[in-house]
Design a binder for this molecule. Sequence first.
Ligand code: NAD
Length: 567
Amino acid sequence: KGSPSEQWQEYQGAPTGTAIECEGWRQEAALRMLNNNLDPEVAERPEELVVYGGTGRAARSWDAYDAICDELRDLGDEETLLVQSGKPVGRFETHERAPRVLIANSNLVGNWDDWEHFHELEAKGLIMYGQMTAGSWAYIGTQGIIQGTYETLAELSTQHYPETEALEGKIVVTGGLGGMGGAQPLAVTMNGGVCIAAEVDEERIDRRLETGYCQEKTDDLDEAIENAQAAAENGEPYSVGVHTNAADMLEAMLERGFVPDVVTDQTSAHDELEGYYPSGYTVEEADQLREEDPETYVEESLETMERHVDGILAMQEEGAIAFEYGNNIRGQVADHRDHESAFDYPGFVPAYIRPLFCRGKGPFRWVALSGDPADIHRTDDAVRELFPEKDHLHRWIDLAQEQVAFQGLPSRVCWLGYQAENDGLTERARFALRINDLVAEGEISAPIVVTRDHLDAGSVASPNRETEAMKDGSDAIADWPILNALLNCAAGADIVSVHDGGGVGIGNALHANNHVVLDGSDLAAEKAKRVFTTDPGMGVIRHADAGYEEALEEARDSNVPVPMEDR
Ligand code: NAD
């Protein structure tokens, strides 16, 4: 059969079906999720182990990948594998209820916690950038972020366009059609709006066209604006990828006197060397400059970012609604270009998402390990049956079924929260237990793994993103994601990980993630009930501690103890 990486070359995807290669489904789930991250339908550059988000990797090297696969195939039901920045480094006897895999990626000690030290250590082969879900084997392609983007734009519409609560007749301008950014055009059209997205790399636009995330592409900005305006006037959804640099596009729009209704960006600005492209170069020219003269590359990249932010601010000045969509472009420009007004437009979390976090709501996702789409369709029905009163959720499931193509292992995302009922079950636990029953009853053909983005209610400290402008000023306190990971280990999650730098770059964030494998067993039910209480519960207490009334209310309604609330 050859080594695991030789096998990857051959089948290039996750193993599927109901027969397993590992000793148990928990290890098998880890193996399939790692390989799913590297499925060419899922990952952006799988041959380099790059999954998404600039250089977010699933394993440190192909040797490390081989060793991880071998370890997982051999791992017992009472053992735990340790993965340090994408390389397996140890294996210990633990117990059945303990995690099977523990992962730490990209973490550095405070004084050394920056890209410069990271790149030195990376060059020595000692560390790997895990982004968020890349290094924790929870990435599911652009479908993973689509609901988050959809919800963000829906909340924007509710706040700014109360008459329609949709983007009908509105034009959204953005940049970046990569792994995550590629969800933007579809999320805009799902909300009824029109999207113009700049992307320097034509292949990335083609990929979004092929998978139905974007409708058209052009090199001609006038044509894009004309088509967008015509669609908006008719109230029709429309999306177009413009093959150009985003900073150049915003300036050219302003020169023409064109101001969109909404402006944002999702280029990989968190990484000035390997994520963002400077103006004035084709992709090939810029890639060559990076190789030959990284210092000039970084200088030019940051200069373009500054023009990019200035373009966003100028559009805001002219009446556009502006927000940063989690790539730290404001922080980059403020830190490296001494730009005083870079933060004069808000990040998406304080603007639109924090009220959801206060209730423990976040991007719950689940993956059918069988590879059979019918298993996900059965879970879609289960969501509808379990939450008959949630019209918004039903609309989302309908839209997702119609418009979101599966990539790799079939999966689904749904924002669910704490919101415990009288029986004490949280929304997330109730749903996970239902799936576990369906697996036990044979209505779903193989186990389902439930995981989430690191971007969740109680799992991130990221002062320019998830914890921007916290009510009590606790933005940079990173005890919370550490407590989240420790608590989810105690609760029995099957994989637990802690990363540095996801979304916004090294030194700017600490965050944690977990997986629970629902194989239909009583043990899986026990773990799911606990983890899907502790995990969203962390979101509730983190925001209650910061003084958010919605979180305190959620804690009272759902009986979540907040020890010092009355002192
Ligand atoms: P990616 O690296 O897969 O894609 C980035 C894309 O931007 C690439 O296609 C690249 O060609 C393009 N690009 C770079 N510079 C450009 C420029 N100046 N003009 C036009 N196009 C340019 O990254 P991704 O996975 O799509 O993530 C994008 C960013 O969003 C990252 O910074 C990531 O950390 C962040 N992110 C945000 C969220 C969120 O929830 N808001 C979630 C995940 C990631």
